[in-house]
Every structure is written in structure tokens, then in C-alpha cells.
Design a binder for this molecule. Structure first.
Ligand SMILES: [Zn+2]
Length: 321
């Protein structure tokens, strides 16, 4: 085992998966190891320890530090105050509990903030001074990198952009309010938009693409159809792009970033996702020609970003010489 050059472990705890990987001393990144995640903190901790063991035996190197990115309100002491899709993480001392499992230093950070760090340091926002990363999953979270620094806010809760109201009295949100952005433009919204366009008669032939067992449509199916060039699926994407652009325009008007990086599984849509956002962005932003030309880009790290960023943050804090 290599004891002189320790590796950095990174984890991303999401609503449905726990993902882990390693950043090696030369900044090369291992494959992602993923386990499905129950809403049970005991099982989540076991999963982290199990993934760490798997990775360490594969890498045959000493672990130097552990970074954890987690969806939710993470305060400055590493307590998850609340997590939108994991009820088990309510006032949960995640930092303390993970630290008990490892004899190396541990860091806990919000997952979108971690992902943003990955993109700013090694990904599609490299070299920028002001970047907003919008992470689309079950909900929408954002990481804010302003004037060369991650911005966490007073309590560590900054970037909860998914709960911006975009439709007064709109769809109900698990947060208790209505019309939140993430009810219209999260990763899972693509399927919901398809359903609503079918109900309103704006889209018809999609129904023949999938047998009844596949209804209601899931976002993954719409993604597949878009990638096949299905015209009706592209209509669904345009509507999704409108909702996404609506929130992005709000953020751009506030922060004037150099990049808006879109992350999450939905980035599999590639250039067609950017095109659909741009179409509406230009209509919603009269001064769009004054903005950066390639303002909105896709994340480079895809579903690895949260874990990569968490490992990088830990490496920089604990292993930099
Ligand atoms: Zn909400």
C-alpha cells in the first residue's frame, strides 16, 4: 500500500444515490462507485464506509481525507439541519457521525456548493471569477462562486434557488409553498411537462412512443426521444428550456456571472438543452447581447461533480502543503 501519497475520498449524498470516488495526488480521478440510498441515516453511514473500503482496496493507497457533499441545509458546523429528500437528515450531525468512522479529517459541504467547486477548479468554469452552477436533480440547488470565492451565506444556506417563486399560486412544492422554480425546471420536470402538454393537446404523438406501462412519462424517456430527434419530444424540451431560462435570467440579473453551469443527469441532453435555454433566455433578457456569449454551459463532470468537488475541498483544506 502506498502510504506516502494519500488519496482524497469524495462522496455525494443525494436523494436516491450515494456516490463515491477518489482524487489521487496527481489530481487524476477514479471511476464513480454508486449505491442506492434509503432514507435512513444508519444505512447511509454504512454505505459510505462500504464504498470507502471498496475504493481503498482498489486504489491500494492510504486515505488522507474525506469530503462529503450532501443535498440540504448544511450549517457551518457540519450539521444537516434539513434535507428536502432525506427526512432522516433533520438536525443530523453528519460531520460528527462520519468523523467517528474515519481516522482522517472529514469535511461536510452542501452538494451544489461542492459541485460548483469541481467545475470552477477543474471543469467548465475553470479560470472564471464569477460562476453560478445550477444543479438539476429531484430539486434545484445552486452553488455561488463570486469574486473568486465560494459564497455560502450567513448560515451556509445560500443557493437554495429552487424555491424562488416563478409562478404565484402555482404548483405545490414540498417546501410548503407554491410555484417554486424546482416544480417546473428540476431534472424530473421533463416527464411532468410531457404529461401536461399531452393533457392540453399541444403534444400528441409522444403517447404512441411508449406503451402504457411507461406512463406517466419519466424524464429519462423524454431525454431518449430528444436524442433520437423526436419532434414532439423537442417541443417538451422547449417548454422545459423556457422554465429553466426563467430562473436563470433571475440569477443572471442579480449576479451578472461569467458562466452559468448546468449540472445533473439532464446534461445528457447535451447541446439541445443549451439551445432550448438560449431560445428563451434571449427573449426574456432584452440586454442579452451585452452578456457573455457562452454564458450558459454544461457541467463537465456530470453526475461526478458533487463528489469531485467534495474531495477537492477536503484535499485543499487538509492535504495542501
Ligand atoms: Zn419550494
Amino acid at each position: 500500500m502506498n502510504l506516502s501519497n494519500p488519496i482524497s475520498l469524495g462522496f455525494d449524498i443525494g436523494g436516491t444515490n450515494i456516490r463515491g470516488l477518489v482524487i489521487r495526488p496527481d489530481y487524476s480521478i477514479s471511476e464513480l462507485v454508486s449505491e442506492t440510498c434509503q432514507d435512513d441515516y444508519g444505512e447511509i453511514l454504512q454505505s459510505i464506509v462500504r464504498i470507502a473500503g471498496n475504493i481503498q482496496s482498489r486504489e491500494n493507497s492510504k486515505i488522507g481525507c474525506v469530503g462529503i457533499g450532501v443535498a440540504g441545509f448544511v450549517d457551518n458546523s457540519g450539521v444537516v439541519r434539513t434535507s428536502p429528500h432525506l427526512s432522516t437528515f433533520t438536525e443530523f450531525p453528519l460531520f460528527d457521525r462520519v468523523q467517528e468512522e474515519f481516522d482522517v479529517p472529514v469535511l461536510v459541504e452542501n452538494d451544489a456548493t461542492s459541485a460548483t467547486w469541481a467545475e470552477v477548479q477543474l471543469g467548465s468554469a475553470r479560470g472564471t471569477a464569477n460562476t453560478i452552477m445550477v444543479c438539476l436533480g429531484t430539486g434545484i440547488g445552486a452553488g455561488l462562486y463570486l469574486d473568486h470565492r465560494l459564497f455560502r451565506g450567513n448560515s451556509g444556506f445560500a443557493g437554495e434557488v429552487g424555491h424562488m417563486t416563478v409562478v404565484p399560486d402555482g404548483l405545490p412544492c414540498p417546501c410548503g409553498r407554491t410555484g417554486c422554480w424546482e416544480r417546473y425546471a428540476a431534472g424530473s420536470s421533463l416527464g411532468e411537462i410531457a404529461e401536461s402538454l399531452i393533457r392540453s393537446g399541444e403534444v400528441r404523438s409522444l403517447t404512441s412512443k411508449a406503451d402504457k406501462d411507461l406512463r406517466p412519462f419519466r424524464s429519462e424517456l423524454i431525454t431518449e426521444l430528444v436524442l433520437e430527434g423526436d419532434k414532439e419530444a423537442l417541443k417538451v424540451l422547449d417548454k422545459f428550456g423556457y422554465w429553466l431560462a426563467l430562473g436563470i435570467v433571475n440569477l443572471v440579473n442579480i449576479f451578472d456571472p461569467e458562466r452559468v453551469v448546468i449540472g445533473g443527469g439532464i446534461t445528457e441532453l447535451g447541446g439541445s438543452l443549451i439551445d432550448s435555454i438560449k431560445k428563451s433566455f434571449d427573449l426574456l433578457t432584452p440586454e442579452h447581447s451585452l452578456r457573455e456569449k457562452n454564458l450558459v454551459t454544461l457541467a463537465e463532470f456530470g453526475n461526478k461533480a458533487g463528489a469531485v468537488g467534495a474531495a477537492l475541498l477536503a484535499k485543499e483544506r487538509f492535504l495542501s502543503t
